[in-house]
Design a protein around this ligand. Sequence first.
Ligand code: ADP
Ligand code: MG
Length: 247
Amino acid sequence: STNQNTLFRVENLRKEFGKGFFALDGITEEFHKGEVVVIIGPSGSGKSTFLRSLNLLEIPTEGKIYFEGVDITDSKVDINIHRQKMGMVFQHFNLFPHMTILKNLCIAPMKLQNKSKEEAEENAMKLLKRVGLEGRANDFPSQLSGGQKQRIAIVRSLAMNPDVMLFDEPTSALDPEMVGEVLELMKDLAKDGMTMVVVTHEMGFAKEVANRILFIDKGQVIEQNQPKEFFENPQNSRLKEFLSKIL
Ligand code: ADP
Ligand code: MG
């Protein structure tokens, strides 16, 4: 049952793409406040579909999603209000290319949260300082490296003061030397107590930062555990096979 500590409760979530193919095939999960949950699994197993369902970028075929106690799958609910509380970071940074970095950080707080320009800019500059990019405020995204763009994408989400951050392979599109700086920022967020759901292939991050790791295969959570047990004592044969390929 849902209690005060529960941020998301997902009940028997299913997503059908085309006749009889279920990318999600009955997922029931709870994510708690302050928890860092890492999701791993083979390509095409439903990880992105699951993450995108949490903020209803994908509309579930069946099942329910409660966010902060509200059934957001109820068609009477205005999802945009709840979505503002969920930051989402994708593999490709999705910055607004024609806006400066500063504007990228200010646009949503001003448009969606009615922040004044001054307030939004002050907060944006704090966030830019946090990632050491305050000197780039007036640059455009194309002037930044991939790692810088992704750190900007993360703080742009933080500018909305979200209750949870959803990450879909945030380092998969980066040159290897830029992966570390993005993971460091994510570790920082975790230390600050941010609730995070992270789809990633970075097993070092999973071991070090996750409270719980879920293994998704064929649209189902096949196994889950705390990192130590998960890696040292996997039970399911499909998980064992997956780990033997990636570790
Ligand atoms: P993962 O992120 O684990 O690689 P996805 O969630 O992207 O997997 O995809 C799960 C399955 O659903 C895959 O077979 C994929 O081809 C299919 N799929 C994803 N999105 C769509 C869509 N919009 N239309 C049809 N099939 C889709
Ligand atoms: Mg994916």
